[in-house]
Write a new protein. Structure first.
Length: 473
């Protein structure tokens, strides 16, 4: 069924209940992920679920809705006056990586992410009755903000259910946009079920943040802009969570530029689309805490999956350290503050997953910039550690007067900045010596190697921790 044929039925569609989905396919136990009740991943429906499951009429596993290019262009016309036309500019990374890299800066939208596009389009397509009653959705934060903001601007009541792990900053922003915010559920799977039940009980319209056809069509308008802003594109790299963004972007770009490759990127902590490809259908995946919280969706949308698969050229899974390093590099070289999901595309390049595009033109979709200040600091430090600029070591020095001072003076003479230092006396055998644990910052890996060499020459007992992940020798 094509989404355009569903649009006319939007006003009459109702949430319905069906028996518990305990038999829904899951990816329990894959790749060492912890399983939940009865072997199912945390957040997945299980046999212990006694209440009937509320079904979203626009997300049917047996009859997925595939959006069309016409749907995307219709969305572009509808939302053109309500969202920003974000820049797509050549990156400073082009010279460093020998790749013609462009950044589509969706984090410059008013609420800080691309989610505004789909949210506004979905709200505009509601019937008058639905607009009056209001809408509800489950979101980790960015969709919630987009829906809250545009609901406020359009005078449509909005309720958002956000899981307990959602960013405090994003929760507060939704409240600032006058939304009714409900913080419940351990993850997106639970939050979604809570939101669906509330929609069923209160007569609200549920808008899936990544699998509703209008959401996907709205996100696809980014693809239209990319093709207008940059010519002769070899590849577009898209972060993947629930799949709505890549579904819309791929639909637009493959129609306008069929030879352009569509590359998806996921975090290793929640590879839901990769598992769906392996299973040939969306499955529940037990996700873990990730720097890219916006990508932590335990199951890809049915519509998004069906739309994307025929258009997808490659799906990549990146390690957390590369995401942290990408956040750091974007701050230092591009002066862009982005969240983990927004840095995923650059992370894939830094990790060497896209070396086949060396010398070619690649667009990275920087999808969001909503990152907590505390998380931001952690990401910067983790990125510095990944490329060898943040060093950690233990060294045994004399416990006599000036023993630790000599170590500090030596590091200072090398231009090394000490970030943290502590002594350990009680658990070493030699009472005349003390073990010192140091975390310090250097200019780069070459500077770190110089520091290591000097310390090994000066001290007989010095231990450096693992080789930085981003360094290969």
């Amino acid at each position: 069924m094509q989404v355009s044929s569903v649009t006319t039925q939007m006003a009459s569609a109702k949430l319905t209940a069906r028996p518990s989905a305990a038999e829904r396919p899951t990816a329990a136990g894959q790749n060492g992920h912890e399983a939940g009740v009865n072997g199912a991943p945390a957040g997945a429906p299980t046999a212990a679920t006694t209440e009937p499951e509320i079904v979203d009429p626009f997300c049917n596993a047996d009859n997925p809705q595939i959006i069309t290019f016409q749907d995307v262009t219709s969305a572009a016309f509808k939302i053109r006056k309500g969202v920003e036309l974000t820049p797509c500019v050549k990156s400073h990374f082009s010279d460093l990586i020998d790749m013609d890299i462009y950044l589509k800066k969706e984090f410059l939208q008013f609420t800080g992410s691309f989610k505004e596009r789909g949210a506004r389009y979905a709200l505009l397509m509601l019937s008058d009755e639905q607009k009056k009653t209001g809408v509800i959705s489950a979101s980790l934060g960015n969709h919630a903000q987009g829906l809250s903001y545009h609901g406020w601007k359009l005078g449509i009541p909005v309720t958002v259910v956000m899981p307990l792990k959602a960013s405090l900053m994003k929760i507060q922003k939704c409240r600032n946009y006058h939304a009714n915010v409900v913080v419940q559920g351990a993850d997106m799977g639970e939050a979604k079920r809570i939101a669906l039940k509330m929609a069923h009980d209160r007569g609200l319209t549920y808008i899936n943040g990544y699998d509703h056809p209008h959401i996907m069509s709205g996100q696809g308008t980014i693809g239209l802009e990319i093709v207008e802003q940059v010519s002769d594109i070899d590849a577009v790299v898209v972060p993947v969570g629930g799949g709505g963004l890549i579904a819309g972007v791929a639909t637009a770009i493959k129609n306008l530029s069929p030879n352009t490759k569509i590359i998806g990127v996921e975090s290793e902590k929640c590879p839901s689309f990769t598992r769906a490809l392996e299973n040939k259908s969306p499955v529940f995946v037990a996700n873990q805490e990730t720097l890219a919280d916006g990508l932590a969706v335990p199951q890809v949308g049915y519509n998004a999956y069906a739309t994307t698969v025929p258009l997808l050229d490659k799906m990549i899974v990146v390690k957390e350290e590369w995401i942290a390093l990408a956040i750091l590099r974007l701050v230092e070289l591009e002066k862009c503050v982005v969240e983990g999901a927004g840095a995923a595309g650059l992370a894939a390049i830094l990790a060497g997953h896209l070396d086949e595009f060396i010398g070619k033109r690649v667009v990275l979709l920087i999808c969001g910039g909503n990152i907590d200040t505390t998380m931001f600091g952690k990401c910067l430090e983790r990125g510095m550690a990944a490329e060898g600029r943040l060093q950690r070591f233990t060294v045994t020095v004399s416990d006599g007067p000036g023993g630790v001072a000599k170590l500090c003076n030596l590091l200072a003479s090398l231009g090394v900045s000490i970030k943290d230092i502590m002594h350990e006396r009680a658990f070493i055998r030699d009472i005349h010596h003390v073990e010192v644990k140091v975390i310090c910052e250097t200019r780069d890996w070459e500077h770190s190697k110089e520091m290591r060499r000097v310390l090994q020459e000066k001290y007989s007992k010095v231990h450096f921790y693992d080789m930085p992940m981003a360094i290969t020798e």
